[in-house]
Design a protein around this ligand. Structure first.
Ligand code: 5FX
Length: 536
């Protein structure tokens, strides 16, 4: 085989819900290698579906930690077999599904430092975990612990101001509290608790990696302004918790050099740096190269907004995390459950299942839709908590139906105005330099993106985000190599492929939507007050 040219690079890892993925990115920021191990398909013995075990109560959702360990063994062996030249790896970083937690048994730290390069990780770490099936982000079994935590710190809004979010069932602090309450023996035999991100970093380090600020912001435990653990939250969840978590670190930190295990078994250079791993969403923000004032809109099954914020306003909806690439700033995540499934339903009902007709309906109706407004939530919406379909005429009278073209525009304008209103409630503001990055299935529909540009009053770009968490992790590894210097992340990634401009605001759009957004916000509050008590 022709000798492969030496290619200095950084690796970006993603320990996600369904697989472990890796990309290799060279100094020109080109991705030249990628590989993955899919849990359900490649590690059948663990019996997962979608990478998880959904328990009989329908609320508890876990994943086997040894599956994640074995996936790393398998993917590294695949890379070795493919002839990947590990000696060229300057640094690596990674991402993990947010909120999940790993419980290292007393003594495991010693095992990590003394791994034999002659054996796979799975064999040597077999007995190192006090909890074998780890709680993950899909778990919703900790409602009681959420209420206890909010009560301990003065309520949901107080907790949101402190940690960036009100209590959420999937957030790690509440999961730790449940384990301490329901399995105290396992908790007492736990010497370290990692997130999935810092667990993965620990494997490469050969010692416990600290939790980074950004993923740590998804625990309901970290004070996002001071970047220290909240003693009130720690105390409300479990005893002696701070010693099990260790001190959190800035996300751009170099947490150490790669363990000799990987040097001897795979040929990594001894000086290969490990940069703190972080959550998958913060890593994706890095991969999309979001900058201050930018917003990424992922239009998928559920719609997700990634915001870059300088002065966040924590609220009862959405999540504020410490920014993964700028320790002075923040990011926010907003999830809208009624995303593409709702768009597909209206497409089927109003345009005979045709996206072409759906787009025609958008093009044949004017911005503002003649004052008609719609709220379309066939499943309970997260942001805000509303269910059902609610249509309003220009006079704010609720009506039972719209003509089909009006219905299509009312759906899309409603979904996108909700995004702007709730983003602004978290402190987001469109700036002159704002770019909107659209991703996900619906980002292939240019007519939907035109409405997005009109509602936000900003240009819309599309970007390939297939491996955004991995690529963002590789970018962060390069940034970590510059650690100690004041080189901003944007400077490190300026050679990366640029997003493609797809839509710019129609002249007059801001006048139309300024008034409509106010009406939408008022009507949303009207619906909320009709369906639940006064806001907290
Ligand atoms: O819970 C989430 C974010 O808060 C999910 O996006 C997980 O990070 C997916 F792994």
């Amino acid at each position: 085989m022709a000798e492969r040219a030496a290619r200095r690079c950084c690796l970006g890892w993603d320990f996600s819900t369904q697989q472990v993925k890796v990309v290799a990115v060279d100094a020109e920021l080109s991705v030249f290698y990628e590989d993955s191990v899919h849990f359900d398909r490649d590690l059948v013995e663990f019996g997962t579906q979608g990478g998880v075990h959904v328990h009989k109560d329908g609320l508890t959702v876990t994943s086997p930690v040894l599956m994640w360990v074995q996936a790393l063994d398998v993917i590294l062996e695949k890379m070795k077999a493919s002839g990947f030249d590990f000696s060229q790896v300057l640094a690596l970083s990674g991402a993990g599904q947010q909120h999940g937690s790993v419980y290292w048994k007393t003594g495991a730290g010693q095992v990590l430092t003394r791994l034999s390069p002659d054996l796979p990780l799975r064999e040597q770490l077999q007995a190192c975990f006090s909890i074998s099936d780890c709680p993950v982000w899909m778990d919703s079994s900790t409602a009681a612990q959420c209420r206890q935590l909010e009560a301990a710190v003065g309520g949901a809004r107080a907790l949101s101001r402190l940690t960036g979010s009100r209590a959420y069932e999937r957030f790690t602090g509440n999961q730790i509290a449940k384990i301490y309450q329901q399995n105290p023996e396992a908790y007492s035999h736990t010497e370290r608790i990692s997130l999935v991100s810092s667990f993965a970093a620990s494997l490469f380090l050969g010692s416990y990696s600290p939790v980074d600020y950004s993923d740590g912001s998804g625990m309901n435990l970290l004070q996002i302004h001071d970047k220290v653990w909240s003693q009130a939250c720690l105390g409300a969840c479990a005893p002696r918790l701070e010693e099990k978590l260790g001190r959190p670190v800035p996300s751009c930190s170099v947490v150490g050099a790669i363990s000799s295990y990987f040097v001897q078994r795979y040929g990594f250079p001894p000086g290969c740096k490990v940069v703190a791993f972080t959550g998958d969403n913060p890593a994706s923000l890095a991969g999309m190269r979001l900058e201050e004032g930018d917003i990424a809109v992922s239009l998928g099954t559920s719609d997700t907004l990634f915001l870059w914020l300088q002065d966040p306003t924590p609220a009862l909806e959405g999540h504020i995390f410490c920014n993964p690439v700028d320790p002075q700033h923040y990011m926010a995540l907003l999830c809208f459950k009624n995303g593409s499934l709702m768009r597909e339903k209206i497409r089927d009902e109003s345009t005979s299942g045709s996206w072409g007709e759906f787009s025609k309906a958008l093009r044949s109706t004017a911005m503002g839709n003649g004052g008609n407004l719609g709220f379309y939530f066939d499943v309970m919406e997260i942001t805000p908590e509303i269910i059902g379909r609610h249509r309003f005429s220009a006079e704010n009278h609720e009506v039972p139906a719209f003509p089909r073209d009006v219905e299509v525009r009312a759906l899309i304008e409603g979904q996108l105005m909700a995004k702007k209103i709730h983003a602004e409630a978290l402190g987001y503001r469109v700036m002159p330099k704002t770019k909107i990055l659209a991703t996900g299935g619906a980002s292939h529909n240019r007519d939907i993106l035109q409405v997005l540009a009109d509602v936000f009053g900003a240009p819309v770009y599309v970007i390939d985000t297939t491996n955004s968490a991995c690529v963002g992790s590789a970018y962060r590894a390069f940034h970590g190599l510059a650690a100690g210097t004041v080189v901003p992340f944007a400077e490190i990634v300026k050679l990366a492929p640029n997003p493609r401009l797809v839509a710019t605001p129609t002249p007059g759009a801001s006048q139309v939507y300024e008034a409509l957004l106010q009406r939408y916000a008022m009507l949303e509050q009207r619906i909320l007050s009709q369906t639940r008590g006064p806001p907290e």
